[in-house]
Design a protein around this ligand. Sequence first.
Ligand SMILES: *[C@@H]1O[C@H](CO)[C@@H](O)[C@H](O)[C@H]1NC(C)=O
Ligand SMILES: *[C@@H]1O[C@H](CO)[C@@H](O)[C@H](O)[C@H]1NC(C)=O
Ligand SMILES: *[C@@H]1O[C@H](CO)[C@@H](O)[C@H](O)[C@H]1NC(C)=O
Ligand SMILES: *[C@@H]1O[C@H](CO)[C@@H](O)[C@H](O)[C@H]1NC(C)=O
Ligand SMILES: *[C@@H]1O[C@H](CO)[C@@H](O)[C@H](O)[C@H]1NC(C)=O
Ligand SMILES: *[C@@H]1O[C@H](CO)[C@@H](O)[C@H](O)[C@H]1NC(C)=O
Ligand SMILES: *[C@@H]1O[C@H](CO)[C@@H](O)[C@H](O)[C@H]1NC(C)=O
Ligand SMILES: *[C@@H]1O[C@H](CO)[C@@H](O)[C@H](O)[C@H]1NC(C)=O
Length: 461
Amino acid sequence: GHSGAGARLLLLYGLVFDAGSSHTSLFVYEWDSDKENDTAVVSQTLSCDVQGQGISSYANNPPEAGNSLRECLHKALMAVPAEKQRDVPAYLGATAGMRLLSAADPQVLAEVAKTMQEYPVAFKGAQILSGEEEGAYGWITINYLLDSFTKVGQGWNGEWRAANIFGALDLGGASTQITFVPKGSVMSQNKSPELTLYGYSYNIYTHSYLCYGQNEMLKRLAKELIVESFPSTRVQHPCYPKGYNETVSVSSFRASPCTDGSDPRLPRGDINVTLEGSGNASGCRAAIRKLFNFSACGQSQECTFDGVYQPPLRGQFIAFSAFYYNFKFLNLTEGQPLAVVRQAIEELCTRSWEDLSSSYPKENPKRLPKYCANTNYILILLLHAYKFNETSWNNIIFQMKVGSADAGWTLGYMLNLTNMIPAEAPASLKGHMPSLWAAAITFIILTLILGLAALLLLLWA
Ligand SMILES: *[C@@H]1O[C@H](CO)[C@@H](O)[C@H](O)[C@H]1NC(C)=O
Ligand SMILES: *[C@@H]1O[C@H](CO)[C@@H](O)[C@H](O)[C@H]1NC(C)=O
Ligand SMILES: *[C@@H]1O[C@H](CO)[C@@H](O)[C@H](O)[C@H]1NC(C)=O
Ligand SMILES: *[C@@H]1O[C@H](CO)[C@@H](O)[C@H](O)[C@H]1NC(C)=O
Ligand SMILES: *[C@@H]1O[C@H](CO)[C@@H](O)[C@H](O)[C@H]1NC(C)=O
Ligand SMILES: *[C@@H]1O[C@H](CO)[C@@H](O)[C@H](O)[C@H]1NC(C)=O
Ligand SMILES: *[C@@H]1O[C@H](CO)[C@@H](O)[C@H](O)[C@H]1NC(C)=O
Ligand SMILES: *[C@@H]1O[C@H](CO)[C@@H](O)[C@H](O)[C@H]1NC(C)=O
């Protein structure tokens, strides 16, 4: 869209920081002001990874949380023409890492806001998203980018339409979200929102599981393994590769809300424990399963674990963020059946650390030993908790981007806060909306085909 000065005048920009638990990313979006009420018109101009850890890690030094954003803010300004910078709405949304750090958050958020206000953009606020917002905005992002809110306008009723909306599966460092449009209505006690977008209402189900992001899952797993073998300070870790060791201090579990510092089974004092990889795929699965309380669901089918309600799955899902990154490591071609995926994970888990580190010299050495745990975790979450099965597994599409933009909550968040998602179908789209015409034409064509077939049969006989 940079063709000529006339076209450039119509471009608008927006900027969103995704302050996750383990790192922060910045996204710059652009769109044509003429079409702002249509779907799939916003594209991603820039993404920038903030150096260092997530903002919640600066709880003891909040000004540094603000400073960490400067490099990316600078890059963002380079991507926006100078005369437009003051009109660029700029947001920072923080997710599960900050939800966990409730005590210190006012200072950290105040510092990031202070830094953003120093730049010539229209700063609109820094806030912590709830898990439900995170889920809903991710769902809005992917369906907006896939144009599914308006493209499926060929449907003749709302029920058909809802069936062609994609569900969203998001896995972060500290939480994971599932969001979809179930059949019928969502049980009333669920606080999932009803959203009216482009002339249709969607009764979505969304749930965010705090402490079930991949990093918190790994911490909880380590804690359980250590507590079970106490007082040993050398503990076998079935999900880590043979030959890989990791030293953790027991006091780190006390500092994190997900590992329940008040657990009486935690050894007292500052003990270091060495986790020794044993590369045992079945042992790994068994240990991960214990992180979920499946029995808390009793006999209920509409329940995932820990007593959480979920209606039956429906439709296709896009699995992004860490769902995508971990699966990408398995190096499988798209659409593999579950049995092939299981086999690949099994093989991965039995490879030694020596073998892995020499086979993947370019891979981040902090991530490499964790793929076995992460991929097993993902399968247990999707199959046992969410209840995908051998058949519905094929409805999951692992994808990082949709079109030009990353799948995630940031775009949906910006669209909503800038009022770019109208409740009514915009005038420019009404011409494409389902009409009796479409039905009539299909009917006429079908009639013609049937007539022709009958004629042929007659002639043949
Ligand atoms: C988009 O919708 C809003 C409110 O519905 C309206 O005020 C605005 O003029 C629309 N913009 C365009 C470009 O159609
Ligand atoms: C891990 O610990 C074991 C047992 O102490 C030791 O034999 C091995 O050399 C260690 N491996 C590494 C990579 O440090
Ligand atoms: C634990 O290990 C760290 C470095 O890995 C060391 O500084 C600390 O003294 C150790 N603590 C104990 C109790 O051994
Ligand atoms: C792997 O773990 C399982 C379950 O914990 C255990 O029964 C089995 O003996 C282990 N296998 C090896 C080779 O250690
Ligand atoms: C699982 O949940 C049930 C019901 O809430 C509870 O009684 C049980 O103690 C839980 N089990 C574990 C291991 O936490
Ligand atoms: C991924 O798989 C392809 C074949 O499907 C292979 O050529 C390639 O080397 C693999 N990459 C890695 C990193 O293993
Ligand atoms: C898989 O789950 C779907 C619902 O999501 C259900 O209709 C189907 O019968 C299940 N298939 C098998 C093989 O269990
Ligand atoms: C989007 O913003 C409106 C207010 O403009 C709010 O009522 C609505 O709940 C928001 N949508 C979501 C998904 O949070």
